[in-house]
Design a protein around this ligand. Structure first.
Ligand code: NAD
Ligand code: DAU
Length: 332
């Protein structure tokens, strides 16, 4: 693991992972990123150019990807279109990046013999009832709901097929909802936090009873590194930090943190096909790889994240008005 190629390494989770690699390993890192609306290359600029190089390009560009993969021993694949609401408005880039992009990478890995880690989501498993005692495990059947989650499910199946049919050296992880610094203001927590900073009201889809299983992005990074260092080839690992909260609870906590009344929010039009609940059983990665999350207090992690958005207004401000205008046009 001397030379690591990180696709999507200028996005929210990818860039936090690149910072984690620089801090916790000796590896040199090449980021391949198309720099879509979701990218924050400025977050990489503070890292030494001796350790991190940014290549701007498309993960579905076979010639570029072939050259880059041939020059690295390890590939970590974060690049994706990641937002469910966008996938309902226009699924096309999701098919391109999540499916064709992953296929392109797999073919390059097949040729070069590099080791691949594919970063995926718990949404491939569909959703759970609020009172279901079961949580998702590595054995849960795939049942994705949205164009986003179906393209991620398809990408996982491609990886599994390339492992079985062509013997590539690959692992997969399926993680729950991340929060932390550098997440785009289109996503739930940054949207509500920046609404509140602007003196506006949080916007809850529907009744707000949907549950997400929150994990700090730093814990996602440490889990992916543990898989790279100790994971078994061909295996899938679920990543989660026992962080189940209803959306309503999260909004109330944000309002409490800034000293506003807990009912100072709006209910808005629900998401089509809105998954009700995600919940991860992460026993396998904990038992096999000895991984544990370090952010075990969601309230403290959320408070630190709110403070981060207060301090980094110059970064998110240019994206806020257009993001809110797009939501308003949909009644959200
Ligand atoms: P993001 O949207 O913040 O970042 C995605 C990055 O990929 C951006 O930098 C973008 O420019 C890049 N990208 C998009 N299309 C590309 C292409 N064709 N070629 C090269 N680069 C391209 O996403 P994120 O939230 O950081 O998610 C990263 C990965 O983690 C995704 O694979 C996602 O499915 C997975 N994941 C996300 C979460 C979450 O809570 N956000 C949870 C589990 C898994
Ligand atoms: O579970 C992992 C997934 O988590 C990742 O695979 C996705 O890439 C990531 O975007 C996230 O998907 P969600 O759809 O769960 O995240 P989002 O931030 O869009 O929404 C979280 C919850 O909040 C969801 O129930 C919808 C709701 N919501 C969202 C927004 C933007 C609101 O109630 N109001 C909002 O304004």
């Amino acid at each position: 693991m001397d030379r690591i190629l990180v696709t999507g390494g200028a996005g929210f989770i990818g860039l936090n992972f690149v910072h984690h690699l620089v801090e916790h390993t000796e590896a040199t890192v090449t980021v391949l990123d198309k720099l879509t609306y979701a990218a924050s290359p400025e977050a990489l600029a503070e890292l030494s150019s001796d350790r991190v190089e940014l290549v701007v390009g498309d993960v579905a560009d076979a010639s570029l990807v072939g050259r880059l993969v041939a020059d690295h021993d390890t590939v970590v694949h974060f690049a994706a279109e990641s937002h469910n609401d966008n996938s309902l408005a226009d699924p096309s880039p999701f098919v391109h990046t999540n499916l064709v992009g992953t296929f392109t990478l797999l073919e390059a890995v097949r040729r070069s013999g590099a080791r691949l880690h594919h970063v995926s989501t718990d949404e491939v498993y569909g959703d759970l009832e609020l009172d279901d005692p079961q949580r998702f495990t590595e054995q849960t059947p795939y049942n994705p709901s949205s164009p986003y989650s179906s393209t991620k499910a398809g990408s996982d199946l491609l990886v599994r097929a390339w492992v079985r049919s062509f013997g590539i050296h690959a692992t997969i992880s399926n993680c729950s909802n991340n929060y932390g610094p550098w997440q785009h203001v289109e996503k739930f927590i940054p949207r509500q936090v920046t609404n509140v900073i602007d003196g506006g009201r949080p916007k809850l889809y529907g009744a707000g009873l949907n549950v997400r299983d929150w994990i700090h992005t730093e814990d996602h990074s440490s889990a992916v590194l543990a898989i790279l260092e100790r994971g078994r080839s061909g295996e899938t690992y679920l990543i989660g930090a026992d962080g189940e909260r209803s959306n309503l609870d999260v909004v109330r906590q944000i309002l409490r943190h800034v000293g506003r009344p807990e009912d100072d929010f709006d209910h808005v039009t629900d998401r089509a096909g809105h998954d009700l609940r995600y919940a991860i059983d992460s026993s396998k990665i904990r038992a096999e790889l000895g991984w544990e999350p370090s952010y075990d207090d969601f309230e403290a992690g959320l408070a630190a994240t709110i403070d981060w958005y207060v301090e980094h207004e110059a970064w998110w401000r240019p994206h806020k008005a257009a993001t809110e205008a797009a939501y308003a046009a949909k009644g959200q």
